[in-house]
Design a protein around this ligand. Structure first.
Ligand code: C2G
Length: 143
């Protein structure tokens, strides 16, 4: 059984998230999502619209997701890989070459999949008038 692991906030679940999870699942047999806790999001400088429990519930409803675990720190990845016997970590391409992921290449395979253009939680918030662009400049999509 090939076990895949991915990380994220997954706030206001959208088709960019779902396409990532679908492709990740297609690479193996079992997909684990390490979901950022509300406290970890604060460390990332993010405030999710939905809290952890709601975001977890939504992910668990997806056919592609087999297990949701909490992502509490940047440093837990190696332990996650060992504890869950992970064969491959998969992330969107916005994380390619990020040092936080490079370190795990000695533990398991690491693959970056093309990010889905045109959608992000930030854009959804802006389009709904929930998050104003700063000084008229749309904010960089952050999830
Ligand atoms: N994603 C995507 N296409 C989008 C938006 C997001 O493929 N249009 C991918 C991201 O690349 C990421 C996953 O969906 O792999 C989750 O995105 P976020 O919820 O934004 O996660 P992020 O805030 O990047 O947190 O330790 C890593 C972090 O927890 C990742």
């Amino acid at each position: 059984m090939k076990r895949i692991l991915t990380y994220g906030t997954y706030d206001l679940l959208h088709y960019g998230h779902i396409r990532l999870l679908k492709r990740a699942k297609e690479l193996g047999d079992y997909l684990i999502v390490a979901l950022s806790t509300d406290e970890f999001n604060a460390l990332k400088g993010k405030k999710a619209y939905h809290n952890y429990e709601t975001r977890k519930e939504m992910l668990e409803a997806l056919r592609y997701v087999d297990l949701v675990i909490p992502e509490k720190t940047w440093e837990q990845k190696i332990n996650d890989i060992k504890e869950y016997n992970v064969d491959m970590v998969v992330m969107g391409s916005d994380w390619a070459n990020d040092e936080k992921f490079k370190a795990i290449e000695k533990e398991c395979d690491l693959l970056f999949l093309n990010r889905t253009e045109g959608v992000s939680t930030t854009k959804i918030k802006e389009d709904l008038g929930l998050k104003k662009p700063i000084n008229g400049v749309a904010q960089v999509p952050n999830c």
